[in-house]
Design a binder for this molecule. Sequence first.
Ligand code: FAD
Length: 438
Amino acid sequence: MPRPRVLVIGAGFAGVECLHRLERMLKPEEAELVVVSPHDYQLYLPLLPHVAAGVVTPQSVAVSLRRRLRRTRYVPGFALGVDTRRRQVTVRTVEGAEWEIGYDHLVLAAGSTTRLFDIPGVTEHALGMKTLAQAAYLRDHVIGQLNAAAVTNDPEERAERLCFVVVGGGYAGTETAASLELLTREAIRRFPHVDPALLSWHLVDIAPRLLPEIGERLGAAAMAVLRGRGLEFSLNTSVTRVTPRTVELTDGRTLRTRTLVWTAGVAASPLVHTVDTDLVRGRLATTAELTVPGADDVFAVGDAAAVPDLAKADGSITPPTAQHSQRQGKAVAFNVAARLRGTAMRPYFHRDLGLVVDLGGGYAVSRPLGVELSGLPGQAVARGYHLMALPTVTARTRVLVNWALNATTGSDFVSTGFQHGRPATLPDFEHTDVYRPA
Ligand SMILES: Cc1cc2nc3c(=O)[nH]c(=O)nc-3n(C[C@H](O)[C@H](O)[C@H](O)COP(=O)(O)OP(=O)(O)OC[C@H]3O[C@@H](n4cnc5c(N)ncnc54)[C@H](O)[C@@H]3O)c2cc1C
């Protein structure tokens, strides 16, 4: 008898957690487990700013699928479209071949991509912070700007290269700006011919406050610390146009820069538009049991899904965080197993545990279970949280050793050049242009 096939799209927080649980819950004869994902690792995104800053190595935050999943078949590729009537998913392998893979139960966990808005020049000139390659590229790019600034005789060019702009004052943007600002501050000491006073970092956000996710008091504390380090803030401000050497702001100013980092939110994977069902705020609408209405053999979880937040009685959906995605992965595994066995499914319920924001330099703000912490205690909680949340003991050990090494021996500032000369736009790294129209 052929086994029913459970196909998971995406090997991130939600997809891998789901498969890890299914491997333990189901006997091998109960189901065949297959995952489609472009990379053979699960990326721990919350530490990407540490990768960009060189505090941890890229390998430390890329958890091998083959170590974590023992009997799941891994298909390296991108799901381009889902046909729920024929129960087929079109996949393009990393080599470029196209296949169709059938399923009996589908779990869509393809995550999200950087949200671009319709601002001229952003797609072509902004750099992102969503993939391992983007974090490594950004580090190279920033160090490359210091190298170039050190040799130019043109004061205008030097100022442009030493000006860095980050758009997005949520946790991703704030951590990125904070850790890269520290990197440039430290690195510039090794450039005796460059005046450190020329370095400038700008954080731009349309919202009136920094870090709205973590509360007003901690947001203000984080802003005060970053201001003390020299970061400039433009709140209540957005971007009207970007060129290779300028960022034009809605308040009329033009910042001359060669570096724009775009972290202004996320949008569900474009794959959701190929599924013939309703979207809520651009994400796949699901029931509390994580099924997609109208396609009972399809489940959706994580950043790609609009899951009702039962912990809040106001009809809202869960925010796109690793915390929810991982727990939705666990919940969906239970419900897939229930479907296979004909038993009752359970609704997803999780009360938010709070957020941690590491600003580097011994300072973090965190709010575990509603308790507000900042400074060193905040950082102890932030780092402890990451160590617990990393999925394997190997990954935890690697990160811990990296932190210890960085704290004792400091950083080196080399631009590896691996990506030099390659296209580096947001669609290049995030493959947002491969999908089939619905
Ligand atoms: C810089 C940064 C810092 C963050 N910090 C925190 C934090 O401190 N706390 C927190 O809770 N959250 C944090 N987040 C958010 C968190 O990382 C996401 O909410 C989480 O990764 C979403 O999990 P997911 O499983 O839905 O998607 P992901 O973990 O993004 O996984 C999606 C997977 O799908 C794959 N994929 C994408 N498209 C396709 C396709 N077409 N076909 C096949 N596979 C596909 C991807 O390669 C990936 O393997 C941070 C995010 C960023 C960018």
